[in-house]
Design a protein around this ligand. Structure first.
Ligand code: AMP
Ligand code: TRP
Length: 347
């Protein structure tokens, strides 16, 4: 990728992230993303959107998309994001994202996109049948982030490569248009327990919306019985839990359950092992099930309560969109000036 020295970005710190409304939210989304959003809103200005433009890179049933968009908004709020503190909005309500993405399409290089592993995974064997949007998806993601000059982006580990591309786009734009420090070189916030939650059926695959087995994931809308049942059925091995993390290296399923326990309880893997070393899964799983039910049950219940009032969710999303636009529009105007569009001054 391009050569970059840290840019002297001097603007305010801002958090931005989003989740696609393309299926049921699960424990991986919750621990890898949602809980971080709620924490960060008290540290810096936070904008969190529902990535509906990204979702349609793979066909979405229009009748479901609106409901799924509200469901994501409900999940944000149920996870602790406060619409009075953070800005919550649908991506499509701020057309500046798509407009900046076009300009970035002309900045990003084909070779950068060719390296994106998520496109390779999602397009599978027939990449010629994938939408063009799926290919340029990371460019739109760069626009989502940079239209707000966001400095911090909390995401799960699978987004690391997309955030590197965002830095490359920012660096090249700043360089090509003679504007050092115009866009920040955004920091991904990935570390911490929960950055990569694995499937409950296969410790080598990440927990995912698209896994055909519902037993592989805990959905945020699962009831208490379903949560406990999925943990009971989670794949494990017959060995007791060891004393050190090193001994979990070859035991991905065991490692994953320890990681989930730690993330849900706000502890480290090492602390969890210190408590459970020597115990088998017959003892550990019921404790994990109790913890998961205690932490996730109220989130699901609050989501249901919020989803029962779609008009209120729409009001929050609309107000959020207006607020976000007020930040995005001046950035786009500056970009247009730098690029040399005479329409920049006509707004
Ligand atoms: P997506 O559902 O792909 O829009 O992802 C939304 C957010 O959840 C992103 O920040 C992802 O990195 C994160 N995420 C998705 N799956 C997992 C997982 N299995 N473990 C941790 N984070 C995840
Ligand atoms: N690509 C992200 C995902 O699948 C969603 C996303 C779109 C996003 N734009 C973003 C995340 C900007 C962070 C910042 O999870």
């Amino acid at each position: 990728m391009t050569d970059q020295t840290p840019a002297p970005y001097a603007g305010p710190k801002r958090v931005l992230s989003g989740v696609q409304p393309s299926g049921a939210l699960h424990l991986g989304n919750y621990l890898g993303a949602l809980v971080k959003f709620a924490r960060l809103q008290h540290e810096m200005k936070t904008l969190i959107f529902v990535a509906d433009l990204h979702a349609i890179t793979v066909f979405q049933d229009p009748a479901l998309l609106a409901a799924q968009t509200r469901e994501i908004a409900a999940a944000y709020i149920a996870s602790g994001l406060d619409p009075k503190v953070a800005t919550i909005f649908p991506q499509s309500a701020v057309p500046e994202h798509a407009e900046l993405a076009w300009i970035f399409n002309c900045v990003a290089r084909l070779g950068w996109l060719d390296r994106m592993t998520q496109f390779k995974e999602k397009s599978g064997k027939h990449k010629e049948r994938a939408s063009v949007g799926l290919y340029t998806y990371p460019v739109l993601q760069a626009a989502d982030i940079l239209i707000y000059k966001a400095t911090h982006v909390p995401v799960g580990e699978d987004q690391k490569q997309h955030l590197e591309l965002t830095r490359d786009v920012a660096g090249k734009f700043n360089h090509d248009f003679g504007a050092p420090g115009f866009f920040p070189l955004t920091d991904p916030l990935i570390e911490g327990p929960g950055a990569r939650i694995m499937s409950l059926r296969d410790g080598s695959a990440k927990m995912s919306k698209s896994d055909p087995s519902d037993l592989s994931r805990i959905n945020l809308l699962d009831d208490e019985e379903a949560i406990a049942n999925k943990i009971r059925k989670a794949r494990t091995d017959p060995e007791p839990l060891p004393e050190t993390l090193d001994e979990l290296k070859e035991r991905p399923e065991a490692r994953n359950l320890v990681g989930i326990y730690a993330a849900l309880d706000g502890r480290t893997d090492v602390q969890v092992l210190a408590e459970f070393a020597g115990q088998g899964f017959g003892a550990f799983k019921p404790k994990l099930a109790d913890l998961a039910v205690a932490k996730l049950g109220p989130v699901g219940a609050e989501m249901r309560r919020l989803m029962a009032d779609p008009a209120e969710l729409d009001r929050i999303l609309k107000a959020g969109g207006e607020h976000a636009r007020a930040i995005a529009a001046p950035t786009l105007r500056e970009v247009k000036e730098k690029v040399g569009f005479i329409s920049a001054g006509w707004l």
